[in-house]
Design a protein around this ligand. Structure first.
Ligand code: NAI
Length: 551
């Protein structure tokens, strides 16, 4: 079960994600706002954000349990990827959900400009219009220049061809087969600039294409061309764009993304305004937005090209799938994953103790291994000699410590750090401690004796039921051992029959009734691959040759 915090959640996101997560046992909360230092849940193991949220290093460092950032977008440059990698956090995205959606929107912007829809509807409202002023231009016969022919660019090309347009494409990684199939011409960036009536951006922002559309590019553009940007704000130098619009080199621009787009919301604008210091960049962007809004031949929309009910459904479906499958150890759509897979979990029962040899219940009493027990410890080690251990855990009883040391010494892994903890102690047998179990059996009768040894919650006078052992061992496993596994470490746990049964109940998800049938035999070793909840994904059991002690 994961604690999931979902930010930037609209009522539609809530409705769709709740339906998709409902069948799981994850716990999730929604927050309408963008992620910020004051709305973090420190328990979060997964966060999901939309493009408006910026996941900074500081946010990542305030979430100690965070394992996954699920972007509900294709782009992920709103995440501090270096910080995510350093903290072993996986980042997933939604690689495709709206190629047709964005392509359709590209033409919505384009047709609004070429057919002067804004001016036309305003003229109708004013009930006075001059036909010449609202005259448009055809698309058929014009040349469309597409920069970046990936998923979206291809659909734009297809629609443009359907309009009867000629299509030019610039892509540094051109797909010649697709170009042939779509009947488009692959050209250089300069040629595209010089020949296109419409230039449409569909490439990602890669850093080295910062301000790809700049003074130099626009000076080569055909006079009267139209620019459409539904890709990324950083691709266009807004100052150069304003210049080109002012001089008439560009006849119009349709901008769904533009520098400073966050300032299109009044509350963001006010937030910025209320800051003590305003950066030069923010002031310039704010002013440029203001100027652009005054051009009649410019349409600005607020990063809205993806926004259809069908596309949002696809985003939420992929995001839910990303989060659910991650918890089972899969990383579909990972854009950055730590190269650590969970380590191996090896659980061994200690070798025979001196009291085991006599058939006495040791409980939490300290009893050393018998000679046979030391020999068994060496054999247990050799059964897992193929695993290089990074850390070991034992109970506080000396017999598990002696077994662990014997195991590791026998395979010459001398420097493995270890921790001894009461959480892994043997079940406290209370009044029965030190008694011979066969005498106890005779006294209590077969039935009671069986319940006492095997049942989930059978009381022991002055001692612990298995449930009580579970309540200390499993939280320790989840909080202390599991993070070690998830950071890629191979972990050895040497403990006792009942503490191991408690762990196995959790790891293998065994019912309260089912645990009665689970026995941790002397000489057996359990080797698990686990998921992010520490539950079994795969199990192997190794055995050593040993005669059972008098147990
Ligand atoms: P994609 O990854 O399928 O295709 C991108 C194409 O651009 C590839 O063919 C690649 O070779 C090409 N490319 C890479 N660097 C380039 C460069 N420097 N110049 C020209 N082409 C270059 O991406 P997809 O899904 O087609 O998305 C394209 C853009 O659209 C992305 O930046 C994405 O963020 C943006 N987008 C915008 C949305 C909106 O709501 N406005 C919604 C979804 C995506």
């Amino acid at each position: 079960m994961a604690y999931i915090s979902i930010y930037d959640a609209t009522p539609l996101d809530e409705h769709q994600l709740t339906a998709l997560l409902q069948p799981t046992d994850h716990y999730w909360t929604y927050c309408r706002d963008q992620i910020a230092l004051d709305n973090l849940h420190p328990e979060s193991e997964i966060i999901s954000v939309f493009i408006g949220s910026t996941v900074t290093r500081e946010i990542i460092e305030r979430l100690p349990r965070l394992r996954l950032i699920a972007c509900r977008s294709t782009g992920y440059n709103n995440i501090d990827m270096a910080a995510a990698r350093e903290h072993g956090i996986t980042v997933v995205n939604v690689p495709s959900y709206g190629e047709r959606t964005v392509a359709e929107y590209t033409f919505a912007l384009l047709l609004s400009l070429t057919r002067k829809l804004q001016a036309t509807t305003q003229a109708v409202q004013a009930a006075t219009y001059d036909q010449a002023a609202i005259m448009g231009t055809d698309l058929a016969g014009k040349t469309m220049g597409i920069i970046g022919m990936g998923r979206i660019g291809r659909h734009v090309a297809g629609i443009a061809r359907a309009f009867g347009m000629e299509v030019l494409v610039y892509d540094p990684y051109p797909d010649e087969t697709a170009a042939r199939e779509l009947s488009v011409e692959l050209v250089s960036l300069d040629e595209l600039a010089g020949r296109s009536d419409i230039i449409s951006l569909h490439s990602p922002y890669t850093g080295d294409n910062h301000h790809l559309i700049n003074d130099a590019f626009l000076s080569k553009a055909k006079s009267g061309a139209i620019l459409i940007n539904t890709a990324r704000d950083e691709l266009v130098d807004t100052r150069a764009l304003i210049d080109a619009l002012r001089t008439g080199r560009l006849a119009g621009a349709g901008l769904d993304v533009l520098e400073g787009e966050q300032l299109l919301k009044l509350d963001k604008e006010l937030q910025v305004l209320n800051k003590d210091t305003l950066s030069g960049k923010t002031s310039a962007q704010s002013l440029q937005l203001d100027v652009l809004k005054r051009f009649a031949n410019v349409i600005i929309t607020p990063h809205n090209a993806f926004n259809t009910i069908e596309a949002l459904e696809r985003i939420n479906r992929t995001t839910a799938d990303n989060m659910i499958r991650f918890w089972y150890g899969e990383t579909p759509n990972a854009v950055s994953a730590p190269d650590t897979r969970p380590g191996k979990l090896v659980i061994a029962r200690h070798g025979e103790s001196e009291w085991n040899a006599e058939g006495r219940w040791s409980g939490t009493r300290d009893v050393h291994l018998s000679e046979k027990g030391f020999h068994e410890a060496a054999l247990l080690g050799q059964a897992v000699s193929d695993i290089q251990f990074d850390i070991a855990f034992t109970s506080q009883q000396i017999r598990t410590f002696e077994t662990m040391s014997g195991m590791l010494d026998s395979i010459q892994q001398f420097d493995v750090p270890y921790r001894r903890d009461t959480a892994l102690n043997e079940r406290d047998y209370g009044e029965y401690t030190g008694l011979n179990k066969w005498q106890v059996k005779e006294k209590l009768g077969e039935d009671v004796f069986r319940h006492l040894r095997r049942d989930w919650d059978y009381p022991v006078p002055g001692g612990e039921s298995l449930r009580m052992v579970y309540e200390r061992a499993v939280p320790f496993y989840r909080q202390v051992i599991l993070p070690e596994l998830l950071s890629g470490k191979n972990v050895l746990v040497v403990s006792h029959g009942n503490a191991i049964r408690a762990l196995v109940k959790y790891i293998e998800d065994i019912s309260d009734e089912g645990i009665g049938g689970i026995e941790m035999l002397f000489g057996s070793i359990l080797i698990y691959d686990v998921d992010h909840d520490g539950r079994m994904q795969h199990k192997r059991v190794a055995h050593i040759r040993t005669t059972p002690p008098n147990a």
